[in-house]
Design a protein. Structure first.
Ligand SMILES: *Cc1c(COP(=O)(O)O)cnc(C)c1O
Length: 385
């Protein structure tokens, strides 16, 4: 199998699994228990919190553990909206967010908030001037993703956060695609809230964190015991948290080298496809984007057919976003960039990672053109070309 879908999820690093194992059956006690094993589990969690905080340039008490990226963004957006409702009811986000963010805003609209969805340019970039125009005296929160999961495009977060703050709003970023891939310092970014998920950077599924700058007003969304300083109730996922901290340590050590190695493979892939397949377009090729991601538009064919044919050859990719790929709706990200429906339907996302090998890229570059040729031969769209 050739796995090129690392933006959907990553395999756990064996070193992460090894770090987690003792916390299932040996150090299993509830970290809220007052006995010694409980306190031992508590100390392990607090060590993990400290590792993650220093990885982000944050304070320990600013890191809250959650069940993943979706929960972190729900807590950030809904939590701030509820806490500041009396101050204002206007919220700002972008048209290209992940559904974990977009659908929270859609539900807040039903609850009486008004939401501005910022447009992006043809490369998928949110411009700070657009944010400036959208801000109102009653704007309480702005949420813009750090890197887009489909295109890999990096948004100018530091500039956007500055504009939001000048307008008196709180700033959240969904950094699920950047944490573990590129260095992140919350002070340099200037954000108030930042969401991350362990399974996107070689940690386990079902665990993530939310960075909450000290003093940021936020209403808890899961109520129960006094866990996570009252911001998120529920017994902590101890093995998951330990694994996530280990994944941060490994990323800190290795991400520089990974960026060089994986970036070279991604460039090789794009060059190979471009040389061998006519009428393809590589999205946002010339703007800052993640080194592991390549979104390719293939004219006259459907992304889903391409995906299934690649799967038959043992090559795992995604068509647009994993969420839209089962609904047959074209990607909202590509539509927001201004691509026509026909082209947006023919998108294939390659996302590379730690275990991607050069031979695998050679094989994709050899197989892909044949599949495209076959599909175009039977495609009604390619008539009269
Ligand atoms: C995967 C992803 C999420 C969701 O994270 P989960 O941990 O799977 O809930 C949110 N935002 C982006 C950009 C993602 O890529």
């Amino acid at each position: 199998m050739i796995y090129l879908d690392y933006n959907a999820t990553t395999p756990c690093d064996p070193r992460v699994v090894e770090a987690m194992l003792p916390f299932f059956s040996e150090f299993f006690a509830n970290p809220s228990s007052l006995h010694r094993p409980g306190q031992e589990a508590r100390r392990a969690i607090e060590r993990a919190r400290s590792t993650i905080a220093s990885f982000l340039g944050a304070k320990e008490e600013e890191v809250i553990f959650t069940s993943g990226g979706t929960e972190s963004s729900n807590l950030a957006i809904r939590g701030v909206a509820q806490a500041l409702r009396k101050k204002g009811t206007h919220l700002v986000t972008s048209a290209i967010e992940h559904h974990a963010v977009l659908n929270v805003f859609r539900s807040l609209e039903k609850e009486g908030f008004s939401v501005t969805y910022l447009p992006v340019d043809a490369n998928g970039i949110v411009h700070p001037e657009e944010l400036k125009k959208a801000l109102r005296p009653d704007t309480i929160l702005v949420s813009i993703m750090h890197a887009n999961n489909e295109t890999g495009v990096l948004e100018p977060i530091a500039d956007l956060a500055r504009v939001a703050h000048e307008g008196g709003a709180i700033f959240h970023t969904d950094a699920v695609q950047t944490v573990g891939k590129i260095p992140i310092d919350v002070t340099v970014l200037g954000v108030d809230l930042l969401s991350a998920s362990a399974h996107k950077f070689y940690g386990p599924k079902g665990v993530g964190f939310l960075y909450i700058r000290k003093g940021t007003p936020i209403a808890p969304q899961i109520l129960g015991g006094h866990h996570e300083r009252g911001k998120r109730a529920g017994t902590e996922n101890v093995p998951g948290i330990i694994g996530m901290a280990k994944a941060c340590e490994i990323a800190q050590e290795e991400m520089g080298e990974e960026a060089r190695r994986v970036g070279a493979l991604r460039d090789m892939l794009e060059q190979g496809l471009e040389e061998r397949v006519p009428d393809i377009h590589i999205v946002s090729r010339n703007v800052p984007r993640l080194y592991n991601t390549s979104l390719v538009l293939v004219a006259y064919v459907e992304g889903e057919s391409l995906l299934l044919n690649l799967d038959f050859e043992g090559i795992c990719v995604s068509s647009g976003s994993a969420c839209t790929s089962s609904s047959l709706e074209p990607s909202h990200v590509l539509l927001a960039c201004g691509y026509p429906h026909e082209l947006a339907h023919g998108s294939i996302r390659f996302s590379l990672g730690k275990w991607t090998k050069e031979e695998e890229i050679f094989r994709v570059v050899a197989v892909f053109p044949k599949i495209v040729e076959k599909l175009r031969a039977i495609s009604p769209f390619s008539k009269g070309r």
